[in-house]
Design a protein around this ligand. Sequence first.
Ligand code: G3P
Ligand code: CA
Length: 244
Amino acid sequence: TSASYLTYPSNVPLIVAHRGASGYAPENTMASFELAEQLGADYIELDVRLSKDGELVVIHDVNLDRTTNGTGIVDDYTVNELRRFDAGSFFDPGYSGETISTLEEVLDRFGGRIGLLIETKDPERYPGLERKLAEELKRHRGLKDIMLQSFDFDSSKRMHELLPDVPVAVLVHEDKYPLSGDMLDELASYASYINCKVDQLDWKAVADIHKRGGKVMAWTVRTEKDMKRAKKLGVDGIITDYPA
Ligand code: G3P
Ligand code: CA
């Protein structure tokens, strides 16, 4: 029968807007998140760190210099100090009104509207980061379509332990390929997704992850060629700067 065809989910692979629609708007800002939603992405990917006063703030780099008009280390500033920086002009002066947001603000605005894939950045720098994140997500209890990820496997494992109902991913860095069976077995015990660098992915890696019941997303897709390759390999999600 055609039953399996009819029930096949239309949103596979998931389209995940990397730092929002960061190819078209300043990364990790409300503008890039709004655009990701308008372009029909399934999820927004965003990066979180802690401010000096322990608030979860949305910014990729450890320091402010590349993406804001501030200088120095993010966690040398309180959240109120961080809010004063311009986080849009580095991309285009037309975005000068964009600022650094807290995770709470992103959850308030986008939770339930679009999926959110939240990455813990440099978790070894911020003891208690995962606990803080878990508390924030529990305050927004009932939100669906949340996923968590980290390059730091221990951070992903801690998030799984704190929030067993929320799917957790591990991001796998270049130096870990080819993925060994032992590593995949270990990761399968807490990670629902193994998110791999697109140019390191091949049929075997996808099959090895699927065989263990896991899912796989490709990052970071920036060309049509990589998009087509990832799709052909049968990935479950594509993390891209260009969700359109
Ligand atoms: O989601 C994949 C991607 O975000 C990983 O790299 O450095 O952009 O956080 P990065
Ligand atoms: Ca990220």
